[in-house]
Design a protein around this ligand. Structure first.
Ligand code: CTP
Ligand code: MG
Length: 229
């Protein structure tokens, strides 16, 4: 349905792994910040009616040019952890939105088709939906001394991306339950702990997360070679 989805965009991280500089979401690629790239792409998805951005405290990025007039835009200060930033954004999201997606600003080139795929799966009746890709490397579990404990079955493993989608009540319950608060690196982790079954849909190579300096180079390549619109 057109405009029935709210997207929360946590963008308040420091970007420590990227090295010294301004907060990661405010780093520029092709003269535009990662955050603006992310918001602009998300707004290309017809389902999206509202975008709530959690920005680094003390900053006020101008997102007007990235946001079409039909989109409701809210900007809040993020918190010390990603989870706190998402909670701050959720707290100001208008109650009329029953489908809520959470999308890392650092995945600035996720295509609008991916947003639609996740939203469609929620509308199909899944309470929580995440985009995933097959694992390309062999994954092993190690102990504290650096020795291998076991080799995991790669065929059963997936890497997880955003946007992750939730029925509003499910996401609110995940963030409300203090017993599940803690070191979660994504939002599905919160609702899994509540016993909610999380559904997967195919992810996209374009939804790669800018984490290390080499990722910036890859993102620049995607931008200049037209892979990312
Ligand atoms: N994020 C946030 N608030 C925080 C920490 C992270 O809104 N306190 C956001 C980041 O801005 C990013 C997303 O969560 O868009 C994913 O986090 P990550 O890739 O870890 O970004 P950073 O925390 O900025 O990077 P690093 O961990 O290297 O410092
Ligand atoms: Mg981080």
């Amino acid at each position: 349905m057109r405009g029935d989805v709210a997207v929360l965009v946590p963008a308040a991280g420091l970007g420590t792994r990227l090295g010294p500089g301004v907060p990661k979401a405010l780093r520029e690629l092709g003269g535009t910040s990662l955050l603006e790239h992310a918001v602009r792409r998300v707004c290309l998805a017809p389902s999206v009616g509202c975008v709530v951005v959690a920005v680094p405290p003390g900053t006020a990025p101008d997102l007007q040019a990235a946001t079409p007039a039909r989109i409701q835009l809210y900007v809040v200060e993020g918190g010390a952890t990603r989870q706190q930033s998402v909670a701050a954004a959720l707290a100001v999201t208008p109650g009329s939105y029953e489908v809520i997606l959470v999308h890392d600003a650092a995945r600035a080139f996720a295509p609008p088709e991916l947003v639609e795929r996740v939203a469609a799966a929620i509308r199909d009746g899944h309470p929580a939906v995440i985009p995933v890709l097959p694992v390309v490397d062999t994954i092993k579990q190690v102990d504290e001394s650096g020795h291998i404990l076991t080799t995991l079955d790669r065929s059963a493993l997936r890497t997880v991306q955003t946007p992750q989608g939730f029925r509003r009540d499910v996401l609110e319950a995940g963030h409300r339950d203090v017993s599940v608060a803690g070191g979660h690196t994504d939002d599905a982790g919160l609702v899994e702990k509540l016993g909610i079954r999380v559904f997967t849909v195919p992810g996209s190579e374009l939804a790669m997360k800018v984490t290390h300096p080499t990722d910036l180079a890859l993102a620049e390549f995607l931008l200049t070679h037209g892979e990312a619109r």
